[in-house]
Write a protein of this length. Structure first.
Length: 258
């Protein structure tokens, strides 16, 4: 083999090694991305759960099919913690709802089973999550229209996602609770535990696709957070208790339709 042939042969091996190395990098990258995908655990028909590890703490999330489950407000006679509310109401799970006054009265719109429990507040940065003909919707307070076919509604703020767009959100960290829905009209309820999140960080997690480790929401609303943020669920052998030291005025609960 002459000198030129040896040189060409050497270049061929270098190219081959580079191609194999690049292919291995792509494969490892693909596997790493796949491993970050959101994996849901089925707890009951139409009800799934996942937990996302954050830099600090966790984010618990539930995916709810409204054909097999329904939402309702938990409205005790006086403020209580969500665990007691869920147990007393025999619900599958519950999280804290919206804001409330110092004496424990809900602030903002509340509709349960088609009945108006609390009137809407005209506050520009608040939004209203509601079910109309069993379809989830999210609107601003100004654009919301009261209707007899609205079964459920809760008002809080700010809106975190509006058709996947993230509006301007203020700074500040704390535990968070949110409610939203995806392109299949599954309701997503998320609550953080021991996690200091900004509303922007929460919005990004809610918006990111499940393929990339998010929750795949189109629309989402921030509920009351900080010391109010809490969740409880007992579904078969599954138990989640993410407590808070603060009693809240009301909660959002999930019940099976069966």
């Amino acid at each position: 083999m002459n000198k030129n042939n040896r040189k060409r042969h050497g270049y061929t091996w270098i190219i081959l090694i580079f191609v194999v190395f690049t292919a291995c990098l792509i494969w490892f990258y693909t596997q790493a991305k796949a491993s970050t995908a959101t994996h849901w655990q089925t707890l009951a028909p139409g009800l799934e759960y996942t937990t996302l590890d954050l830099d600090q703490g966790k984010l618990h999330a539930f995916k709810i099919d409204l054909k097999q489950n329904r939402l309702a407000l938990l409205s005790p006679p006086e403020p209580n913690d969500i665990k007691d509310m869920v147990i007393n109401a025999r619900a599958l799970l519950g999280v804290n709802a919206g804001f409330f006054t110092p004496d424990g009265k809900p602030l903002g719109l509340r509709i349960n089973d088609g009945k108006l429990l609390s009137p809407a507040k005209s506050i520009s940065w608040w939004g209203i999550f509601y079910l109309q003909n069993n379809n989830p919707e999210l609107s601003s307070a100004d654009s919301f229209k009261l209707s007899n076919d609205i079964d459920f509604a809760v008002q809080a703020g700010p809106r975190l996602l509006v058709n996947k767009d993230i509006p301007h959100l203020k700074d500040g960290v704390g535990n968070r609770t949110a409610i939203g829905y995806n392109q299949n009209n599954d309701v997503i309820i998320a609550v953080s535990e021991n996690a200091q999140l900004t509303t922007l960080q929460l919005a990004q997690i809610l918006r990111d696709s499940e393929k990339h480790g998010g929750l795949g929401c189109l629309y989402a609303l921030n509920l009351d957070g900080g010391s109010s943020s809490q969740a409880y669920a007992k579904i078969g052998n599954f138990v989640l208790d993410a407590p808070s030291f603060r009693a809240v005025a009301d909660g959002v609960a999930v019940y099976s339709r069966s």
